[in-house]
Design a protein around this ligand. Structure first.
Ligand code: KIV
Ligand code: NA
Length: 265
């Protein structure tokens, strides 16, 4: 199988073929995602929420991200695997950013890293890129800054923040990022930015004009039913499927039906 690379993504944008991305945090899920033909697997720090049960992405550590990434990498034969640099591992200190990115690449075998922010982390991005590590940007709603924003509502609705985002996407492209995630911004702005940029934009809650889309796997599979933002489309109702399996199992064990003779040695 031909591996997806950062160049593949640029080719897809040139061909106007949409880029399909999903998160994954473990071997079993990543096996299925990769086999289906998803182009980019993000080991997102959303693992902090959906795997560890934290309220925000802030608590997850670099070593925990590496543990998730190792399982994903063992599974993947084709997809490009991008790993989030977690909160506190790259902001404000470009040397620490480089050290964190190198640790992820060395210990997990990932293909690229993602960092949230623009101008304010310019030095960190440049330094990681200078080591030959591909960087995916992330602008708009950047969940590691949730306590600055105060809410998870749509970003860049006002002119000033929209202009800031335009400046930042251009900066990320000029620095050498291979793609940029646009999270929860108006579709009109995301479309404009996608048309202006040479590098692909990957949207989540950013409308149909982006060059690709990403969703959190637990959300799109309907595993966690509490989370229902407008941008989320559920492609399965796994919570119901799993609940049925669990309750049937309970019934069978309680009744003595499981295991049967055929299921015993
Ligand atoms: O951590 C994550 O899952 C992400 C995507 C939603 C872009 O950053
Ligand atoms: Na993330």
């Amino acid at each position: 199988i031909k591996r997806v690379t950062t160049n593949t993504l640029k080719e897809l944008k040139t061909k106007k073929e949409k880029i399909v991305c999903l998160t994954a945090y473990d071997f079993s899920m990543a096996t299925l995602v990769d086999a289906a033909g998803i182009e980019v697997i993000l080991v997102g720090d959303s693992a902090s929420n959906v795997m560890a049960g934290h309220e925000t992405t802030l608590p997850i550590t670099l070593d925990q991200m590496i543990y998730h990434a190792q399982g994903v990498i063992r599974a993947v034969k084709r997809a490009l695997v991008v790993v989030d640099l977690p909160f506190g591992s790259y902001q404000g200190n470009s040397e620490e950013a480089l050290r964190s990115a190198i640790k992820i690449m060395k210990e997990s075998g990932a293909h690229a890293v993602k960092m949230e922010g623009g101008k304010e982390i310019e030095e960190s991005i440049a330094r990681v890129l200078s080591a030959g590590i591909p960087v995916m940007g992330h602008l708009g709603l950047t969940p590691q800054s949730i306590y600055k924003f105060g809410t998870y509502t749509v970003r860049a609705k006002e002119d000033e923040e929209a202009q800031q985002l335009r400046d930042n996407v251009k900066l990320l492209q000029d620095l050498g990022c291979f793609a940029v995630v646009l999270e929860k911004i108006p579709a009109k702005l995301a479309t404009e930015v996608s048309e202006t940029l040479e590098i692909p934009t990957i949207g989540i809650g950013a409308g149909n004009g982006c060059d690709g889309q990403i969703l959190v796997i637990h959300d799109m599979l309907g595993i966690n039913k509490d989370f229902s933002p407008r941008f989320l489309r559920r492609y399965a109702d796994l919570a119901t499927v799993m609940n049925t399996a669990f309750t049937n199992y309970i019934t069978d064990v309680k009744s003595g039906d499981f295991p049967s003779k055929k299921e015993s040695y």
